[in-house]
Design a protein around this ligand. Structure first.
Ligand code: RTP
Ligand code: MG
Length: 206
């Protein structure tokens, strides 16, 4: 099971390391850590399901910076684009996927000839797992990523600005509410954080 694989690849923090980790984490990550260590079994830290509510301002998606984006130092830029647009980050962590996790993530592509190279690449280094929330985030997230093929991606999109090759296109985004639910359940089994963003009245008319 992928969760067991994750556990064997992680180093369990000592109590003192844990305190440092929590202090150094973002507020969102710290809340998740607190809940994990309190042994709370939560689908989300508030009342929402992890995948939010599609079609509302609380729609959620799973976005990831792939191993090439991490290696190329694009994590901050990618997070900043979604933050500046007005979306809310409710889950964030770095994970080094196993081949099995990559296969589960891309299970809908299992019959494609590139499945082996894709999953090998996706498990070749750490990725940044993110859960973003906001109106139309699934479709807008895909637009902000760009097209699958970098050649078709417009400048201004992440892939249009930073990628050239199909198999090194920097980022992943859920392509439907069903995919978002599947992917968020897989990558955030510990839950995410339902926090209120005080500037939302300046982002949303209603
Ligand atoms: P992603 O899932 O990674 O966000 O990408 P996507 O939806 O835009 O494209 P998808 O069809 O889901 O394919 C997943 C990744 O596989 C690689 N790919 N290679 N050789 C090929 O024909 C081919 N087609 C797709 C791409 O890296 C793509 O992002
Ligand atoms: Mg896809």
């Amino acid at each position: 099971m992928y969760i067991q694989s994750m556990a064997t690849r992680s180093t369990a923090p000592t109590a003192s390391k844990l305190a440092t980790l929590v202090a150094a984490s973002t507020a969102a990550a710290a809340v998740v850590t607190y809940n994990q260590y309190e042994n709370k079994s939560v689908a989300s830290c508030g009342g929402l399901p992890v995948h939010g509510i599609a079609g509302t301002n609380q729609e959620r998606t799973f976005l990831a910076v792939k191993p090439d984006g991490v290696q190329r130092g694009l994590v901050g830029d990618i997070i900043a684009r979604f933050e500046k647009r007005g979306y809310k980050l409710v889950g964030l962590k770095m994970v080094w996927p196993t081949q099995m996790m990559a296969e589960k993530h891309y299970q809908d592509l299992a019959k494609k000839p590139f499945y082996g190279s894709l999953t090998k690449f996706f498990s070749s280094g750490p990725i940044i797992c993110m859960c973003w929330e906001g109106k139309d985030i699934i479709a807008q997230g895909r637009q902000m990523l760009g097209e699958t093929q970098p050649l078709a991606s417009k400048p201004g999109s992440i892939r249009g600005d930073y990628s050239i090759d199909l198999g090194r296109n920097i980022c992943h985004g859920s392509d439907s509410p069903e995919a978002a639910a599947h992917e968020l359940a897989m990558w955030f089994p510990e839950g995410v954080n339902d926090w209120k963003k005080t500037v939302d009245a300046w982002v949303y008319e209603k």
